[in-house]
Design a protein around this ligand. Structure first.
Ligand code: ZN
Length: 390
């Protein structure tokens, strides 16, 4: 009887816990556009100057860290990078890379470098969004190859990498309950990897990605102060919180009575240079009227309005298409001191046609699945390493 009562109490306790966690989650279209706008006004009533906004950014970051279980970061283990199958072209090189973000847990991607360079060069972290169709997939998509090759020709070291559970990222499923935590940690380790190369300038580090890669971009920019320039694409919104478990499956927007949204998370980057790219066909369609003026008002607190820009393409859709890439190239050229002329034709247009589009096996570190000894094969072991390596 006593055991039965205990079981019932435990069940109630578990139910309460899980219900309270669920109520903290802000996912997808949690608010209407009008409600999102009202929330921005509510948030803005809590600060009036640089100091009070800075205090709010501390609460925003604390909420993300608490919700994503990133309050105590794991030890930064040796990266032990594996680099293979380097392709050398006239303007750039691309090679396949894996490194350990935790012992035996690998980040997999491609490193694009300028063909010739001297001294320190800028670095760009390049996460991708949710394109799961195998014929048009993740970091292997043409638009990812174009943007990485073009930035490399302009003079940057660029690293693009699989989302959790995408491509060669094993052993966790993309929908892992702690995907936000693991993906954000992997992004931080990408910064470590770029700096470990020895020729990447720590004062010229950018992040840019689209859709779910936009979420990864503003989370990294908020939590890792080594990022100097941020270009989140088709993602920043006041009412939409990300539709995937890897974006909002952990309570990073609410902790107790404190609440925030993706626009404020992006705004924690102020006064550093940020370009927000939006379109007319998704949750960023109201950016010129709602999100951008709010963002600009926060930059104004620092006297840094000129550091934040919005490129809005009302007749375009949810992607990282040519016009969006063009806006990003110009912004990064300005703030990272890259060579825009090297990719500009005689008519003043960006020319990406020098890019060699590679098939998926050519961009894989382990196309034959010859994984290294010691690679972790169970996601629960990855979580244990996140928990235990503090
Ligand atoms: Zn996802």
């Amino acid at each position: 009887m006593k055991n039965k009562l205990l079981l019932i109490l435990c069940a109630i306790c578990f139910w309460n816990t899980s219900q309270s966690q669920i109520s903290e989650l802000r996912q997808g279209n949690f608010y209407t556009v009008a409600q999102g706008k009202v929330k921005l006004t509510e948030f803005a009533s809590t600060y009036k100057d640089q100091n009070s906004w800075t205090k709010r950014t501390e609460q925003i970051r604390a909420t993300i860290r608490h919700g994503a279980k990133l309050e105590d970061l794991p030890q930064r283990c040796a990266l032990n990078p594996i680099r293979n199958n380097k392709h050398t072209y006239a303007d750039y090189t691309v090679e396949n890379v894996a490194f350990e973000s935790l012992p035996g847990f690998y980040v997999t991607g491609n490193l694009y470098l300028p063909k010739n360079f001297n001294g320190k060069i800028a670095g760009v972290v390049s996460p991708h969004g949710h394109w799961p169709n195998l014929a048009d997939y993740g970091r292997y998509r043409n638009d990812v190859q174009y943007r990485c090759a073009t930035l490399a020709k302009m003079g940057a070291a660029v690293f693009t990498y699989d989302m959790l559970g995408y491509g060669e990222s094993i052993p966790c499923l993309h929908e892992s309950p702690e995907a936000v935590r693991l993906q954000t940690w992997n992004s931080m380790r990408v910064v470590d990897f770029l700096l470990s190369l020895g020729f990447v300038d720590e004062k010229r580090l950018a992040v840019t990605g689209e859709s779910g890669g936009g979420t990864q971009s503003f989370l990294l920019a908020a939590l890792d102060d080594r990022i100097d320039v941020s270009v989140p694409v088709v993602m920043v919104a006041a009412n939409f919180f990300g539709g995937c478990v890897c974006e909002s499956g952990m309570p990073i927007h609410k902790w107790g009575n404190f609440e925030t949204n993706n626009l404020e998370i992006a705004a924690t980057f102020a006064p550093k240079p940020m370009l927000v790219i939006s379109d007319g066909d998704d949750w960023t369609s109201n950016t010129p009227e709602i999100e951008f003026p709010h963002l600009r008002s926060i930059y104004k607190l620092f006297g840094a309005e000129s550091n934040v820009e919005n490129t809005h393409l009302p007749y375009e859709v949810h992607d990282y298409g040519f016009n969006k890439r063009t806006a990003m190239y110009k912004f990064l050229a300005k703030h990272l001191d890259l060579n825009l002329k090297s990719v500009t034709d005689s008519h003043g247009l960006i020319n990406e046609r020098f890019t060699y589009l590679l098939e998926r096996p050519s961009l894989q570190v382990w196309p034959d699945k010859n994984y290294p000894k010691g690679i972790v094969s169970d996601c629960s072991d990855v979580i244990k390493k996140m928990n235990n390596s503090k």
